[in-house]
Design a protein around this ligand. Sequence first.
Ligand code: MLT
Length: 317
Amino acid sequence: MGLDIKSVLVVDGVGANCTEILNSHGIKVTNKAKITKDELLKEIPNYEALVVRSASKVTKEILDAGSRLKVVGRAGAGVDNIDVEAAGKKGIGVINAPGANALSACELTCGLTMALARYVVPAATGLRAGRWDRALYTGTELNGKTLAILGLGRVGREVAVRMHAFGMKIVGFDPFVSAEQCKEFHATKMELDQIWPIADYITLHTPLIESTRNFINADVLKRCKKGVKLINVGRGGLINERDLLDALNEGQVGAAALDVFEKEPPTDPLTLEIIQHPAVVATPHLGASTKEAQVRVGQEIAEQLVNLVKPGTYATP
Ligand code: MLT
């Protein structure tokens, strides 16, 4: 006997296939691509399930207001925008689609790494403004450089395979992945103390949990090579933004490509200063924003919801 879920609220712009799959099983769906916290508080008592991407924060307050709520689905990997503990206490299940957008996040990471190496964004911006600045933008090859991947889960591994093909030396840190496993994706497992002084590029792919908040901070940055380049398509809170800005201004960090921020959309003057920094390439949380990833995510989350209502309907991924 499955859960009694008759109506689902889908917010933050999840793929239309999610609605189609749920509807085909008689589950009513209301889509609100953009929703404020106050609107969500008002709406949530009418639904047995809620599906979010990263924009909506499913706080204890929202969960308390969801008097009929049985499940919260995260159409993506990280569940850091959901108060999982509060949900657990209320008996509300939390589901996610962990692998569905890994390739898209990986590809953006690789693209940003290449963009940093060759000054793609400042050079294109300069040319658009009428400047032919060839001398200013002599880049560096990726071949032979060391890429440190922090977090060797689904995204980190895909990044390792692709950047190894560019001739990069891949070193990785992940307490849950063995040295033997690392070899399968051409990475050498190392401790963090070994990584900081040798990395030319550092990319972050760990979840945002208490122990990884401010993973990259002033202490770490001063142990890195001068001019180290950072790429963050993971979560904003992994890098201490104050420390990053200081390191950018001192030239300790040579460049940073950031797709995620402490607060999104960013409004804090400090974050805005980072985004405006000439050595920074910033994108608005686009890691999972591809047609393919959104189709996979929508399908995976909808099928899990259907399985909760009618167990065994879909094979589990
Ligand atoms: C994720 O955690 O998978 C992404 O942040 C998803 C998203 O863009 O909403």
